[in-house]
Design a protein around this ligand. Sequence first.
Ligand SMILES: Cc1cc2nc3c(=O)[nH]c(=O)nc-3n(C[C@H](O)[C@H](O)[C@H](O)COP(=O)(O)OP(=O)(O)OC[C@H]3O[C@@H](n4cnc5c(N)ncnc54)[C@H](O)[C@@H]3O)c2cc1C
Length: 338
Amino acid sequence: MPLFLPHFNLQKLNTLAVPAVANFYVAVHDDDELREALTFACTENLPLLVLGGGSNIVLRADFPGVVIQLKSQGKEVVAEDEHFVWLKVAAGENWHHLVEYTLDNALYGLENLSLIPGSVGAAPIQNIGAYGVEVKDLITELSALEIRSGIVVNFTNESCRFDYRDSIFKQALKDQYVITSVTFRLRKTAQLNLSYPALRDTLAGLDNPSPQAVSEAVIGIRQSKLPDPALTPNVGSFFKNPIINLAQLQVLRTTYPDIVSYPVDTVRVKLAAGWLIDRAGWRGKEAAGAKVHAQQALVLTNPDRASGARVLALAELIQQSVRAQFGVTLEMEPRVYP
Ligand SMILES: Cc1cc2nc3c(=O)[nH]c(=O)nc-3n(C[C@H](O)[C@H](O)[C@H](O)COP(=O)(O)OP(=O)(O)OC[C@H]3O[C@@H](n4cnc5c(N)ncnc54)[C@H](O)[C@@H]3O)c2cc1C
Protein backbone atom coordinates (compact mmCIF):
# COMPACT_ATOMS: atom_id res chain seq x y z
CA MET A 1 0.00 0.00 0.00
CA PRO A 2 1.58 3.36 -0.98
CA LEU A 3 1.84 6.01 1.72
CA PHE A 4 -0.76 8.79 1.53
CA LEU A 5 0.66 11.96 3.07
CA PRO A 6 -2.01 14.48 4.14
CA HIS A 7 -1.70 18.27 3.88
CA PHE A 8 1.40 18.06 1.64
CA ASN A 9 3.42 21.13 0.61
CA LEU A 10 3.96 21.14 -3.18
CA GLN A 11 6.35 24.11 -3.38
CA LYS A 12 9.40 21.88 -4.01
CA LEU A 13 7.49 19.73 -6.51
CA ASN A 14 6.76 22.46 -9.06
CA THR A 15 9.53 24.34 -10.88
CA LEU A 16 7.67 27.66 -10.55
CA ALA A 17 8.10 27.15 -6.77
CA VAL A 18 4.55 28.26 -6.20
CA PRO A 19 3.45 27.71 -2.59
CA ALA A 20 0.47 25.33 -2.59
CA VAL A 21 -0.75 22.47 -0.42
CA ALA A 22 -2.42 19.23 -1.56
CA ASN A 23 -5.00 17.41 0.56
CA PHE A 24 -3.00 14.22 -0.10
CA TYR A 25 0.28 13.33 -1.82
CA VAL A 26 1.29 9.83 -2.79
CA ALA A 27 4.40 8.56 -4.63
CA VAL A 28 3.76 5.46 -6.75
CA HIS A 29 6.44 3.09 -8.03
CA ASP A 30 4.48 0.59 -10.15
CA ASP A 31 1.07 -0.08 -11.73
CA ASP A 32 -0.34 -1.74 -8.58
CA GLU A 33 0.52 1.26 -6.38
CA LEU A 34 -0.91 3.54 -9.06
CA ARG A 35 -4.20 1.56 -9.05
CA GLU A 36 -4.37 1.79 -5.23
CA ALA A 37 -3.82 5.55 -5.35
CA LEU A 38 -6.52 5.94 -8.01
CA THR A 39 -8.94 3.78 -6.00
CA PHE A 40 -8.32 5.95 -2.92
CA ALA A 41 -9.05 9.16 -4.86
CA CYS A 42 -12.18 7.60 -6.38
CA THR A 43 -13.48 6.26 -3.04
CA GLU A 44 -12.92 9.62 -1.34
CA ASN A 45 -14.35 11.40 -4.40
CA LEU A 46 -11.29 13.64 -4.67
CA PRO A 47 -9.85 15.26 -7.83
CA LEU A 48 -6.54 13.96 -9.18
CA LEU A 49 -3.31 15.56 -10.28
CA VAL A 50 -0.84 13.16 -11.93
CA LEU A 51 2.59 14.68 -11.39
CA GLY A 52 5.97 14.09 -12.97
CA GLY A 53 8.64 16.74 -12.42
CA GLY A 54 6.16 19.62 -12.04
CA SER A 55 7.91 21.60 -14.81
CA ASN A 56 4.81 22.26 -16.90
CA ILE A 57 2.11 23.11 -14.38
CA VAL A 58 0.89 26.25 -12.61
CA LEU A 59 -0.73 25.71 -9.22
CA ARG A 60 -3.25 28.52 -9.06
CA ALA A 61 -4.16 27.65 -5.45
CA ASP A 62 -4.04 24.73 -3.00
CA PHE A 63 -5.00 21.43 -4.65
CA PRO A 64 -8.15 20.01 -3.02
CA GLY A 65 -7.43 16.40 -3.94
CA VAL A 66 -4.79 13.70 -4.41
CA VAL A 67 -1.44 14.41 -6.08
CA ILE A 68 -0.04 11.16 -7.49
CA GLN A 69 3.65 11.43 -8.37
CA LEU A 70 5.08 8.79 -10.70
CA LYS A 71 8.36 7.37 -9.44
CA SER A 72 8.54 4.17 -11.53
CA GLN A 73 12.01 3.36 -12.85
CA GLY A 74 13.37 1.02 -15.51
CA LYS A 75 14.64 0.73 -19.08
CA GLU A 76 14.37 -2.36 -21.23
CA VAL A 77 15.45 -3.16 -24.78
CA VAL A 78 12.31 -4.73 -26.25
CA ALA A 79 13.51 -5.21 -29.86
CA GLU A 80 16.54 -4.65 -32.03
CA ASP A 81 17.52 -4.89 -35.69
CA GLU A 82 20.50 -3.88 -37.79
CA HIS A 83 19.75 -0.15 -37.54
CA PHE A 84 17.53 0.43 -34.51
CA VAL A 85 16.97 -0.41 -30.85
CA TRP A 86 13.49 -0.16 -29.30
CA LEU A 87 13.86 1.00 -25.69
CA LYS A 88 10.91 0.84 -23.30
CA VAL A 89 11.26 3.34 -20.43
CA ALA A 90 9.22 3.70 -17.23
CA ALA A 91 7.23 6.94 -16.90
CA GLY A 92 8.89 8.01 -13.65
CA GLU A 93 12.40 8.17 -15.15
CA ASN A 94 13.95 11.64 -15.44
CA TRP A 95 13.96 12.87 -19.06
CA HIS A 96 17.48 14.30 -19.20
CA HIS A 97 18.94 11.26 -17.43
CA LEU A 98 17.37 9.15 -20.18
CA VAL A 99 19.01 11.32 -22.87
CA GLU A 100 22.39 10.88 -21.12
CA TYR A 101 21.82 7.12 -20.79
CA THR A 102 21.06 6.75 -24.52
CA LEU A 103 24.22 8.68 -25.49
CA ASP A 104 26.34 6.60 -23.07
CA ASN A 105 24.96 3.46 -24.72
CA ALA A 106 25.47 4.61 -28.32
CA LEU A 107 21.74 5.03 -29.00
CA TYR A 108 20.88 8.15 -30.93
CA GLY A 109 17.97 10.44 -31.71
CA LEU A 110 17.26 12.19 -28.39
CA GLU A 111 20.34 14.46 -28.39
CA ASN A 112 18.48 17.63 -29.49
CA LEU A 113 16.09 17.15 -26.56
CA SER A 114 18.86 17.36 -23.93
CA LEU A 115 18.20 19.19 -20.66
CA ILE A 116 14.43 19.45 -20.97
CA PRO A 117 13.22 19.14 -17.36
CA GLY A 118 10.62 16.62 -16.28
CA SER A 119 9.74 12.96 -16.57
CA VAL A 120 9.57 10.45 -19.42
CA GLY A 121 5.83 9.91 -18.82
CA ALA A 122 5.03 13.59 -19.38
CA ALA A 123 7.09 13.87 -22.59
CA PRO A 124 4.33 12.55 -24.89
CA ILE A 125 1.60 14.63 -23.20
CA GLN A 126 2.64 17.84 -24.95
CA ASN A 127 4.99 16.17 -27.47
CA ILE A 128 8.07 17.92 -26.11
CA GLY A 129 10.25 19.53 -28.71
CA ALA A 130 13.40 21.58 -29.06
CA TYR A 131 16.05 22.47 -31.65
CA GLY A 132 14.25 20.94 -34.62
CA VAL A 133 13.17 17.64 -33.02
CA GLU A 134 9.89 16.57 -31.44
CA VAL A 135 9.62 13.49 -29.26
CA LYS A 136 6.88 12.11 -31.56
CA ASP A 137 9.66 11.42 -34.09
CA LEU A 138 11.14 8.82 -31.71
CA ILE A 139 8.11 7.31 -29.94
CA THR A 140 6.75 4.08 -31.44
CA GLU A 141 4.21 3.27 -28.74
CA LEU A 142 3.33 3.87 -25.12
CA SER A 143 1.43 2.16 -22.32
CA ALA A 144 -1.18 4.02 -20.33
CA LEU A 145 -3.42 2.98 -17.46
CA GLU A 146 -7.05 3.96 -17.87
CA ILE A 147 -8.06 5.85 -14.71
CA ARG A 148 -11.68 4.64 -14.78
CA SER A 149 -10.98 0.91 -15.22
CA GLY A 150 -7.36 0.42 -14.10
CA ILE A 151 -6.70 -1.41 -17.39
CA VAL A 152 -3.40 -0.84 -19.20
CA VAL A 153 -3.82 0.06 -22.88
CA ASN A 154 -1.17 0.32 -25.62
CA PHE A 155 -1.20 3.39 -27.89
CA THR A 156 0.65 3.40 -31.19
CA ASN A 157 2.40 6.58 -32.30
CA GLU A 158 -0.47 7.30 -34.68
CA SER A 159 -3.18 6.83 -32.06
CA CYS A 160 -1.46 9.42 -29.80
CA ARG A 161 -2.41 12.09 -32.43
CA PHE A 162 0.73 14.09 -31.81
CA ASP A 163 0.85 17.68 -32.97
CA TYR A 164 2.78 20.85 -32.04
CA ARG A 165 2.92 20.75 -28.19
CA ASP A 166 -0.16 18.57 -28.30
CA SER A 167 -1.45 14.99 -28.19
CA ILE A 168 -4.69 13.09 -27.64
CA PHE A 169 -3.89 13.18 -23.90
CA LYS A 170 -4.47 16.96 -23.90
CA GLN A 171 -7.57 16.68 -26.07
CA ALA A 172 -10.12 13.84 -26.42
CA LEU A 173 -8.50 11.68 -23.70
CA LYS A 174 -7.58 14.50 -21.31
CA ASP A 175 -7.41 13.27 -17.68
CA GLN A 176 -8.45 9.75 -18.68
CA TYR A 177 -5.09 7.93 -18.72
CA VAL A 178 -1.85 7.81 -16.78
CA ILE A 179 1.11 7.08 -19.05
CA THR A 180 3.14 4.29 -17.45
CA SER A 181 5.88 3.63 -20.03
CA VAL A 182 7.09 4.95 -23.38
CA THR A 183 8.89 3.01 -26.13
CA PHE A 184 11.46 4.86 -28.27
CA ARG A 185 13.03 3.72 -31.53
CA LEU A 186 16.65 4.84 -31.36
CA ARG A 187 19.34 4.68 -34.04
CA LYS A 188 22.53 2.66 -33.74
CA THR A 189 24.20 5.08 -36.15
CA ALA A 190 23.63 8.76 -35.53
CA GLN A 191 21.68 10.82 -38.05
CA LEU A 192 22.08 14.33 -36.74
CA ASN A 193 19.40 17.00 -37.04
CA LEU A 194 21.17 20.35 -37.36
CA SER A 195 18.23 22.15 -38.95
CA TYR A 196 18.02 24.69 -36.12
CA PRO A 197 20.21 27.70 -37.05
CA ALA A 198 21.60 28.41 -33.55
CA LEU A 199 22.64 24.77 -33.24
CA ARG A 200 24.28 24.75 -36.67
CA ASP A 201 26.15 27.96 -35.83
CA THR A 202 27.40 26.60 -32.49
CA LEU A 203 28.76 23.48 -34.19
CA ALA A 204 30.14 25.30 -37.24
CA GLY A 205 33.77 24.84 -36.10
CA LEU A 206 33.49 21.01 -36.00
CA ASP A 207 34.04 18.90 -39.15
CA ASN A 208 31.97 15.94 -38.17
CA PRO A 209 30.15 16.63 -34.89
CA SER A 210 29.25 13.65 -32.71
CA PRO A 211 25.79 13.25 -31.10
CA GLN A 212 27.52 14.04 -27.78
CA ALA A 213 28.75 17.33 -29.29
CA VAL A 214 25.18 18.09 -30.40
CA SER A 215 23.91 17.37 -26.88
CA GLU A 216 26.60 19.59 -25.35
CA ALA A 217 25.81 22.39 -27.82
CA VAL A 218 22.08 22.15 -27.00
CA ILE A 219 22.89 22.25 -23.27
CA GLY A 220 25.14 25.30 -23.81
CA ILE A 221 22.51 27.19 -25.81
CA ARG A 222 19.78 26.34 -23.30
CA GLN A 223 21.90 27.42 -20.33
CA SER A 224 22.71 30.73 -22.01
CA LYS A 225 19.06 31.51 -22.84
CA LEU A 226 16.90 29.87 -20.19
CA PRO A 227 16.97 30.50 -16.45
CA ASP A 228 17.81 27.46 -14.30
CA PRO A 229 14.56 26.66 -12.46
CA ALA A 230 16.55 25.58 -9.38
CA LEU A 231 17.77 29.19 -9.05
CA THR A 232 15.05 31.21 -10.77
CA PRO A 233 11.71 29.38 -10.70
CA ASN A 234 10.04 29.03 -14.14
CA VAL A 235 8.24 26.55 -16.41
CA GLY A 236 10.16 27.25 -19.63
CA SER A 237 8.04 28.71 -22.43
CA PHE A 238 4.89 30.08 -20.88
CA PHE A 239 2.98 30.37 -24.18
CA LYS A 240 2.76 28.29 -27.34
CA ASN A 241 3.86 29.87 -30.60
CA PRO A 242 0.52 30.93 -32.15
CA ILE A 243 -0.42 29.51 -35.54
CA ILE A 244 -2.14 31.95 -37.94
CA ASN A 245 -2.98 31.89 -41.64
CA LEU A 246 -0.82 33.46 -44.34
CA ALA A 247 -3.37 36.19 -45.10
CA GLN A 248 -3.23 37.37 -41.47
CA LEU A 249 0.58 37.36 -41.64
CA GLN A 250 0.55 39.57 -44.74
CA VAL A 251 -1.58 42.12 -42.89
CA LEU A 252 0.73 42.07 -39.85
CA ARG A 253 3.79 42.44 -42.11
CA THR A 254 2.56 45.79 -43.40
CA THR A 255 2.99 47.23 -39.87
CA TYR A 256 5.73 44.85 -38.62
CA PRO A 257 7.97 43.92 -41.56
CA ASP A 258 10.41 42.12 -39.20
CA ILE A 259 7.77 39.89 -37.56
CA VAL A 260 9.26 36.42 -36.94
CA SER A 261 7.37 33.49 -38.49
CA TYR A 262 8.01 29.87 -39.51
CA PRO A 263 6.06 27.99 -42.18
CA VAL A 264 3.66 25.28 -40.95
CA ASP A 265 2.08 24.27 -44.26
CA THR A 266 1.03 26.00 -47.48
CA VAL A 267 -1.58 28.18 -45.77
CA ARG A 268 -0.42 28.56 -42.15
CA VAL A 269 2.57 29.98 -40.27
CA LYS A 270 3.75 29.86 -36.68
CA LEU A 271 4.62 33.20 -35.08
CA ALA A 272 7.38 33.49 -32.48
CA ALA A 273 5.43 34.22 -29.29
CA GLY A 274 8.63 35.56 -27.67
CA TRP A 275 8.96 38.18 -30.44
CA LEU A 276 5.33 39.30 -29.96
CA ILE A 277 5.76 39.63 -26.18
CA ASP A 278 9.05 41.45 -26.62
CA ARG A 279 7.56 43.84 -29.19
CA ALA A 280 4.60 44.47 -26.89
CA GLY A 281 7.18 45.84 -24.45
CA TRP A 282 7.15 43.10 -21.84
CA ARG A 283 10.73 41.81 -21.87
CA GLY A 284 12.33 42.28 -18.43
CA LYS A 285 9.11 43.77 -16.99
CA GLU A 286 7.61 42.80 -13.66
CA ALA A 287 3.99 42.74 -12.50
CA ALA A 288 2.08 41.14 -9.66
CA GLY A 289 5.34 39.72 -8.21
CA ALA A 290 6.27 37.70 -11.33
CA LYS A 291 8.71 38.69 -14.09
CA VAL A 292 9.24 38.41 -17.82
CA HIS A 293 12.74 36.99 -18.33
CA ALA A 294 15.16 39.60 -19.71
CA GLN A 295 16.96 37.18 -22.10
CA GLN A 296 13.85 35.40 -23.38
CA ALA A 297 10.44 37.09 -23.22
CA LEU A 298 8.63 33.76 -23.63
CA VAL A 299 9.71 32.73 -20.13
CA LEU A 300 7.95 34.04 -17.03
CA THR A 301 9.88 33.71 -13.80
CA ASN A 302 8.80 33.66 -10.19
CA PRO A 303 11.88 34.86 -8.28
CA ASP A 304 9.98 35.77 -5.12
CA ARG A 305 8.07 32.47 -5.12
CA ALA A 306 4.77 34.32 -5.44
CA SER A 307 1.45 32.51 -5.70
CA GLY A 308 0.35 30.86 -8.93
CA ALA A 309 -2.52 33.35 -9.10
CA ARG A 310 0.03 36.19 -9.35
CA VAL A 311 1.98 34.49 -12.13
CA LEU A 312 -1.31 33.93 -13.98
CA ALA A 313 -2.23 37.60 -13.48
CA LEU A 314 0.98 38.61 -15.30
CA ALA A 315 0.27 36.04 -18.03
CA GLU A 316 -3.17 37.51 -18.54
CA LEU A 317 -1.82 41.07 -18.83
CA ILE A 318 0.60 39.83 -21.52
CA GLN A 319 -2.19 38.01 -23.39
CA GLN A 320 -4.36 41.13 -23.33
CA SER A 321 -1.65 43.43 -24.64
CA VAL A 322 -0.52 41.02 -27.40
CA ARG A 323 -4.17 40.60 -28.48
CA ALA A 324 -4.69 44.38 -28.49
CA GLN A 325 -1.50 45.10 -30.47
CA PHE A 326 -1.38 42.19 -32.94
CA GLY A 327 -4.88 40.66 -32.85
CA VAL A 328 -3.25 37.33 -31.94
CA THR A 329 -4.28 35.11 -29.02
CA LEU A 330 -1.50 33.53 -26.98
CA GLU A 331 -2.36 30.10 -25.58
CA MET A 332 -0.68 29.06 -22.35
CA GLU A 333 1.63 26.04 -22.54
CA PRO A 334 1.61 24.83 -18.89
CA ARG A 335 -1.52 23.27 -17.43
CA VAL A 336 -3.24 25.19 -14.62
CA TYR A 337 -4.51 23.42 -11.45
CA PRO A 338 -6.92 23.30 -9.74
C1 LIG B 1 13.57 25.54 -17.89
C2 LIG B 1 12.51 24.75 -18.66
C3 LIG B 1 12.72 24.49 -19.99
C4 LIG B 1 11.77 23.77 -20.74
N1 LIG B 1 12.03 23.52 -22.05
C5 LIG B 1 11.14 22.83 -22.79
C6 LIG B 1 11.40 22.56 -24.17
O1 LIG B 1 12.45 22.90 -24.71
N2 LIG B 1 10.46 21.87 -24.87
C7 LIG B 1 9.30 21.43 -24.30
O2 LIG B 1 8.50 20.80 -25.00
N3 LIG B 1 9.04 21.66 -22.99
C8 LIG B 1 9.92 22.34 -22.23
N4 LIG B 1 9.66 22.60 -20.90
C9 LIG B 1 8.38 22.15 -20.31
C10 LIG B 1 8.48 20.80 -19.54
O3 LIG B 1 9.80 20.53 -19.18
C11 LIG B 1 7.94 19.63 -20.36
O4 LIG B 1 6.61 19.86 -20.74
C12 LIG B 1 7.99 18.30 -19.59
O5 LIG B 1 7.64 17.23 -20.42
C13 LIG B 1 7.10 18.29 -18.35
O6 LIG B 1 7.42 17.14 -17.62
P1 LIG B 1 7.00 16.98 -16.10
O7 LIG B 1 7.31 15.59 -15.70
O8 LIG B 1 7.66 18.04 -15.29
O9 LIG B 1 5.45 17.23 -16.19
P2 LIG B 1 4.49 17.87 -15.07
O10 LIG B 1 4.71 19.33 -15.01
O11 LIG B 1 4.62 17.11 -13.80
O12 LIG B 1 3.07 17.59 -15.74
C14 LIG B 1 2.68 18.26 -16.90
C15 LIG B 1 1.32 17.73 -17.35
O13 LIG B 1 1.45 16.36 -17.77
C16 LIG B 1 0.63 15.51 -16.95
N5 LIG B 1 1.41 14.29 -16.70
C17 LIG B 1 2.66 14.21 -16.21
N6 LIG B 1 3.06 12.92 -16.18
C18 LIG B 1 2.03 12.18 -16.67
C19 LIG B 1 1.83 10.79 -16.90
N7 LIG B 1 2.78 9.89 -16.65
N8 LIG B 1 0.63 10.39 -17.40
C20 LIG B 1 -0.34 11.28 -17.66
N9 LIG B 1 -0.21 12.62 -17.47
C21 LIG B 1 0.97 13.05 -16.98
C22 LIG B 1 0.36 16.30 -15.69
O14 LIG B 1 -0.85 15.86 -15.08
C23 LIG B 1 0.29 17.71 -16.23
O15 LIG B 1 -0.97 17.96 -16.79
C24 LIG B 1 10.58 23.31 -20.12
C25 LIG B 1 10.39 23.57 -18.75
C26 LIG B 1 11.33 24.29 -18.04
C27 LIG B 1 11.13 24.53 -16.56
